[in-house]
Design a protein around this ligand. Sequence first.
Ligand code: DGL
Length: 288
Amino acid sequence: MNTDSSPIGVFDSGMGGLTVLRALRNQLPGESFLYLGDTARLPYGTKSSTTVQRYALQAARILVDRGVKALVVACNTASAVALASLQQQFAPLPVLGVVEPGAQVAAATCRGRILVLATESTVSGGAYQRRLLTLRPDLRVFARPCPLLVALAEEGRHQGPLVTLALQQYLQGYADLRRPGEPRSGERGSVSGSFDTLLLGCTHFPVFRDALREVLDETENPEVALVDSAETTARALADQLSSGNLAAASADIEPTLALMATDGIDRFRRVGGYFLGERLSAVELVDL
Ligand code: DGL
């Protein structure tokens, strides 16, 4: 079997993709990674698909030029609008997105009604909704843009009253947020019935898992399953590496992690640790 110790390239608009990187490193401990956060141009989620495609191409280019053996688009917004053009542009390099793995795990989990939380661009482009309904035509799929959550996550605010309030606002109308025994408020415009699965369709949102769980558990929604694409993306990457004979040999060289950002590298080091689950060492400033 051939082996390849070149790094795997991973990019996101900011730090959120570090949640995906964390799962990739857990699943593939022998692999080296090169991560780029395009912090200078975050958020992607409020921009047009033409702009996001251009940004994604530039971000991918810098990783490809540094010799990566595979590319993971750890940004839902970029995966939703730019994956096909990246795959075409960089063929035969394996290029994976996070929308397909996220849709797969959600479709396998859902019992009937699903709410996708994502950026404005991901929701309005409809990539998750289309894919979920293709996989499971029986599902009722709802989607809600949550742009404020990206700002809160990037600021390192993952819990507390502001986060709880934002989550409640975004879930309002899709879930019954009354505490047990609390009377109905007569609110209008709600979808009838609650969702049983909440798909975190943005790489920044897994940091709100605990806060979301709290909001759901304190109300009438303790059975709701929270799913994201990190683990399934990691499994999909592992499969691609082994089928393409690209996996690093276990006793090869010590795996490395290199981090790059397009702006605010001190902040990236400080806040990024929450997303990756460990302290970050050096972050290189790059210009796209
Ligand atoms: N990384 C983006 C995503 O997963 C969220 C942040 C942004 O809007 O750029 O959709």
